[in-house]
Design a protein around this ligand. Structure first.
Ligand SMILES: [Zn+2]
Length: 57
């Protein structure tokens, strides 16, 4: 997988499930671009934390 920012192939993806949400975290080892996605849409970190918070309720 290539980084959309610097085209480096050090882009890694980590998939996890938070409650009912499939969430993918992507990070570049070179330029440190970080990105969260859920259901093929970009999400920001606060949304991810909200998914995680729902688990605890
Ligand atoms: Zn990069």
């Amino acid at each position: 997988m290539r980084c959309p920012n610097c085209k480096s192939d050090t882009f890694v993806e980590i998939n996890m499930t938070l409650g009912e949400k499939e969430v993918a975290f992507r990070r570049c080892g070179r330029c440190e671009t970080q990105k969260w996605e859920s259901e093929d849409k970009d999400v920001d970190l606060s949304s991810v934390l909200k998914f995680a918070k729902n688990l605890a309720v």
